[in-house]
Design a protein around this ligand. Structure first.
Ligand SMILES: NC(=O)c1ccc[n+]([C@@H]2O[C@H](COP(=O)([O-])OP(=O)(O)OC[C@H]3O[C@@H](n4cnc5c(N)ncnc54)[C@H](OP(=O)(O)O)[C@@H]3O)[C@@H](O)[C@H]2O)c1
Length: 230
């Protein structure tokens, strides 16, 4: 794929989002990215001075998403590829001991955050009648494990939301839920501890994931897919 695309990614300060952001930027694409850390955002803005629209945004805050989306749409037009990547995981715990505030915050980010981003970017994609929305799900959006019930609930929600959205989109667009696999990031360290080190790095993962996402199109609308493992 040689054409330059506008790619929007949430959660670009580290992990999978950061690896995708850097990879696509190196390929010459126009990137819009966000995260909550203003220090990282500033550092990204100076490392990627052109073709990048970065915002300090908490995706759970609809107004913040709206301001960043307006800037991104103004700079580069509707996204060709919109990747809802930002998410958090609960500290390992049995469900009945999860603090109410932690459960609520997780749902606000992992589920409502995806909705806020869709709400502010997808109308422009619909108007142009093309583009792909990738909602990053998880193996824990299709099967479960103990100690991560809030996270499982949020990723099952992402799968359902994506399929319903897919049924609403006009021809030319696609919404796809993608399980990225198991990758050594801060999130994996939170739930797997030192075992996380035995999994591939985000840099190894992105070599498989980045072309896979770019190859998605209308024929994939409504599917639940996995990033290929090889
Ligand atoms: N790693 C795995 O093995 C694995 C497996 C299955 C699914 N996933 C999914 O893959 C995606 C990326 O995970 P990861 O492993 O790369 O996690 P990570 O290393 O913890 O990175 C998460 C990213 O999301 C951002 N973020 C978190 N809350 C945010 C908020 N409220 N607003 C904006 N940005 C926010 C973080 O930036 P700030 O903290 O600066 O905001 C960070 O850039 C997630 O959807 C995760 O559920 C990962």
């Amino acid at each position: 794929m040689n054409a330059t695309r506008h790619i929007v990614i949430t959660g670009v300060s580290r992990g999978l989002g950061r690896a995708l952001f850097e990879h696509y930027w190196q390929l010459g694409h126009k990137l819009s990215g966000c995260c909550r850390s203003s220090a990282v955002c500033q550092q990204l803005s100076s490392s990627f001075p052109e073709r990048a629209c970065l915002g300090v945004v908490d995706v759970s805050q609809e107004a913040e998403v709206g301001r960043w989306a307006a800037q991104a749409l103004e700079a580069f037009g509707p996204p060709d590829l919109l990747i809802n990547n930002a998410a958090v995981i609960n500290a390992n715990n049995v469900l009945w001991e999860v603090p109410v505030s932690e459960f609520s915050r997780l749902i606000d980010i992992n589920v409502k955050g995806v909705f806020h981003v869709i709400r502010h970017f997808v109308p422009a994609m619909i108007e142009r009648r093309n583009g792909v929305i990738v909602n990053i799900s998880s193996g824990w959006g299709r099967s479960t494990s103990p100690q991560v019930a809030p996270y499982c609930a949020s990723k099952f929600a992402v799968e359902g939301l994506t399929r319903a959205l897919a049924a609403e989109l006009p021809a030319g667009l696609a919404a796809v839920a993608v399980n990225p696999g198991v990758i050594h990031t801060e999130m994996l360290e939170s739930c797997f501890g030192s075992m996380a080190r035995s999994f591939p790095t985000a840099e190894a993962w992105v070599a498989r994931a980045a072309p896979f996402f770019l190859a998605l199109g209308p024929r994939h609308n409504g599917q639940s897919l996995d990033v290929p493992t090889a």
